[in-house]
Design a protein around this ligand. Sequence first.
Ligand SMILES: Cc1ncc(COP(=O)(O)O)c(C=O)c1O
Length: 393
Amino acid sequence: MSSDSTVRVEHPVRTQASHLAQVFAQYPIEVVHGEGVWLHARDGRKLLDFYGGHAVAGLGYGHPRWLAALERQARQMAFQTNALPMAIRERAAARLVKFAGLGLDTVFWINSGAEANENALKLAFKITGRRKAVALEQGWHGRTAAAGAVTWGAADKWYGFPRAPFEVCFTPRDDPAAAERNIDSDTAAVIVEPIQGMGGAYDVGKPLLEVLRRRCDQVGAMLIFDEVQCGMGRTGAPFGANYYGVTPDVITAAKALGNGFPVSALLLSSRVAGQLKREDMGTTFGGGPMACAVAEAVIEAIESESLLANVRQVSTYIRSHCLIGPVTGVQGAGFLLGLKTSRPAKEVQAALLEKNILTGTSGDPKVLRLLPAYILNESHVDQLRDALARIPA
Ligand SMILES: Cc1ncc(COP(=O)(O)O)c(C=O)c1O
């Protein structure tokens, strides 16, 4: 990493045949450099990024605090096992607990969103000794055995394992009464994204979350908020739990937590943490000092630069200015927004890309997803609005 201001861009040699597994649909641009909310492509184009590397780049690209934390920690101690105590690991956990402000005051560091959910589900089954998980239709929780089992549609599309490791009941995302019926004394865990990401930046709303909380309390099930995408400030509140005023037993966080460095975390209530035994969970890379240093720096930046307030303000601006061209409505919260489109969202996305604006799609073919960095400002939104206005409805 260079500490001077010159960015050295590496140009990989293009080969005819790729050696990468061909499992990703890819955008027709090759990115070579990023700064703030801007992406620079190999062909010289400069793109305004409303996608943030799939909700990861919360601080945007090349944020000075994030860079400084990485460089400092890499020089000091790049890695150390959890068997050796480190101050940075404790400090980052304390910072995350305080940032959340929910009384979930035990942290387990891990590496990815799916792994965080895998561990949360495992704890629920271990602690309750039950056999069933309840998840929401259209929910997305990751590609590992347990996380994939609670991901809507995975079994038909890509799951791959011969069977789910436990019984799963999918309940509609807009029917609190059905959720009430489906959560019973066999239920170990209820897992939900307070705002569904892949589901189209769909706000499941406070009434449903309150029913989930009440029912879990009644039957003794563990309520898990998967905040891998909607957490870490993306709603304009620390977590979806704060945004709705509903506190789960476990939150899983990832993506913007590391702003591009792989890190995820479980935040556990004292009830859950109090039942943990040695070796209930484990990891090699989780809790590595560089991961913890960037998590600390991300929270520091969000707090000291008033980024939550910026997310709220600019999100309101998007809602009031981007109902234009093919956009017929806006759903979601903060900087996890779904623009409902009169035409297939993929067509709108392609038209925006031609105008040098990168956006995302979702599982809903008529929803364009926006996941910009928290430093986005109103002039950037004006550029999106002007581009949308030039796209036929
Ligand atoms: C809500 C949610 N949960 C879990 C995951 C899985 O995270 P990862 O890809 O880091 O395993 C994702 C990824 O998109 C997600 O959006």
